[in-house]
Design a protein around this ligand. Structure first.
Ligand SMILES: Cc1cc2nc3c(=O)[nH]c(=O)nc-3n(C[C@H](O)[C@H](O)[C@H](O)COP(=O)(O)OP(=O)(O)OC[C@H]3O[C@@H](n4cnc5c(N)ncnc54)[C@H](O)[C@@H]3O)c2cc1C
Ligand SMILES: NC(=O)c1ccc[n+]([C@@H]2O[C@H](COP(=O)([O-])OP(=O)(O)OC[C@H]3O[C@@H](n4cnc5c(N)ncnc54)[C@H](OP(=O)(O)O)[C@@H]3O)[C@@H](O)[C@H]2O)c1
Length: 453
């Protein structure tokens, strides 16, 4: 339902994932002219290139609602356009155009490093890259991911569960081990999400693992038998699987070194054994100094991500810096305002939403809610600010389009996006597949040209 624009501004949103699209939804409904710039040709972010490929209902439902938002006449989409030091446009160039607001909703595109020796060995990967690969995101879709017979996945969250799903049932890697620095009670994956791989879990190895770590659990008041029973209970309704791959867990260990052979290929991990301690009411992992070698021939870090520090915003501890001076507003404006700690000033008119604000936190619904909140903060920022005349707003829109097309003639605007969608749908029908995705930008652009011809 469109609200009548009393004073429409031009708003620039960077990133067409769930958070950016929620901002676009709210601000376009409020009548503003919204320009949406997106690195990927296609919209959706991790909803398109993260959510596991077999979750068709979820993905299609999201695509449908995103298409409706993008079809609005006051929404101006440009895919295949990157903002940042390595992109087509600098953030400061966009700010110089003086939009009513600039929203950064670029997700968590940086790679979190554990800074351990051997991290650059052949056979070490980061979960985001693997996820992008099996979801056919150009640049990652065609990279070879050489995995051997035994992959160690570091981390025990939902991303680990997705990666294990792909490794065991699509790549048929014979052995996969999930390595957790804390214990089984601190597992972060959702019981629902483990069902896709639970047929692969080696139950007797799990029971034996509880024997190995039982004393460490009781030391912090946990009851190993009860935790094991709960875990086994969660594994009662496994999804059917024809794979013979085995998934095991290795708790209370943290990687300290990737061990390599003389060709710099992974041959194992040096793991530090951890103890548990209660800290501020939470359970923390504490190094014991004891180390052991763990043989494996590939490693995937599934430990969360950080933001892209080349975007043009100040970054601290893997996140964009936000205003430390809180407001009493609900939601608190400060949490969404970009901030420069070198000048102690808010970056006026620059806002953050979704995983760009809180890297690797929460599901699509959480990112959407964050985008909704961000839009409310933006609306508050615009209250009382004189809006440009209709002519001036059109001139700003025309200037943004001119800048984009001069830097990136292969930008995907709404018309090209419609042709791309059509081409992929036709290809899916031709192949009798549930869905089809072109694996490279060149293929997408060629398909658009073919549709135009
Ligand atoms: C592997 C995985 C599986 C998941 N599965 C589920 C699931 O099953 N269910 C669920 O509810 N949630 C799931 N999630 C969580 C969900 O995907 C996220 O909560 C959500 O996508 C975050 O939204 P976002 O818009 O903040 O970021 P993103 O989705 O990452 O979107 C960021 C957008 O910004 C664009 N961008 C990035 N950099 C630039 C730049 N420099 N210039 C221009 N554009 C840029 C990207 O192209 C992208 O479109 C999953 C997450 C992961 C990692
Ligand atoms: N199917 C789905 O619904 C789905 C799929 C994928 C992702 N998601 C969502 O996306 C978000 C991100 O998921 P995620 O799995 O990346 O994150 P996560 O749930 O935070 O799990 C990260 C894992 O990595 C470990 N870890 C972090 N830093 C580490 C370090 N320095 N050394 C060793 N281990 C470390 C964590 O251990 P500690 O607990 O000890 O910190 C945890 O086990 C979550 O909100 C998740 O629910 C959802």
């Amino acid at each position: 339902m469109s609200r009548t624009p009393s004073s429409p501004h031009v708003i620039v949103v960077i990133g067409a994932g769930p958070a950016g699209l929620a901002v676009v939804n709210q601000l376009s409904q409020a009548g503003h002219q919204v320009v949406l710039l997106n690195r990927d040709c296609k919209f959706g972010g991790l909803a398109e290139y993260g959510i596991f490929p077999t979750k068709h209902r979820l993905r299609n439902g999201l695509r449908k609602s995103y298409r409706e938002i993008l079809s609005r006449p006051n929404v101006h989409y440009f895919g295949n356009v990157s903002v940042g030091e390595r992109g087509h446009l600098l953030l400061d160039e966009l700010r110089a155009l003086k939009p009513g607001a600039l929203v950064v909703a670029t997700g968590a595109q940086g790679t979190k490093s554990l800074k351990i020796e051997g991290e650059n060995a052949v056979g070490v990967f980061h979960a985001k890259d693997v996820v992008y690969h099996y979801n056919h995101l150009p640049d990652f879709s065609e990279r070879p991911f050489h995995l051997g017979e035994h992959t160690a996945v570091i981390g025990i969250g939902n991303v680990m569960a997705d990666i294990a799903h792909w490794l065991t049932q699509f790549r048929h890697i014979p052995r996969v081990t999930a390595i957790a620095r804390r214990g089984p009670a601190e597992r972060k994956y959702d019981p629902k999400e483990i069902l896709a791989v639970c047929a692969q879990i080696d139950r007797s190895a799990l029971t034996a693992e509880f024997g190995r770590i039982g004393t460490a659990l009781t030391a912090v008041g946990q009851q190993p038998d009860a935790i094991l029973a709960e875990m086994l209970d969660e594994l009662a309704a496994c999804e059917a699987s024809a794979s013979t791959s085995i998934l095991r867990f290795h708790f209370l260990t943290s990687p300290r070194r990737v061990l390599v052979d003389d060709r710099n290929y992974v041959k194992g991990l040096e793991l530090e054994e951890m103890a548990l301690a209660v800290r501020d009411g939470d359970i923390a992992a504490v190094g014991t100094g004891r180390r052991h070698e763990f043989p494996c021939d590939s490693v995937i870090f599934a430990v969360g991500d950080c933001v892209d520090d080349t975007l043009g915003l100040p970054v601290k501890n893997g996140t964009f810096v936000t205003n430390p001076h809180h407001t009493r507003n609900q939601p608190d404006d400060a949490l969404f305002q970009a901030y420069d700690p070198s000048t102690n000033l808010v970056l006026d008119g620059v806002f953050l939403g979704g995983w760009a604000r809180q890297a690797s936190v929460g599901l699509v619904g959480i990112a959407k809610r964050d985008g909704d909140w961000c839009a409310r903060v933006v609306e508050r920022h615009l209250t009382g600010k004189p809006a440009p005349s209709a002519g001036a707003a059109q001139a700003t829109l025309a200037e943004i389009r001119r800048m984009i097309m001069s830097r990136q003639p292969a930008a995907i605007d709404r018309d090209r996006l419609a042709l791309l969608t059509l081409a992929e749908q036709e290809e899916a029908v031709r192949l009798g597949a549930t869905e089809f995705k072109f694996a490279t930008n060149d293929e997408m652009l060629a398909a658009i040209r073919q549709q135009q011809a």
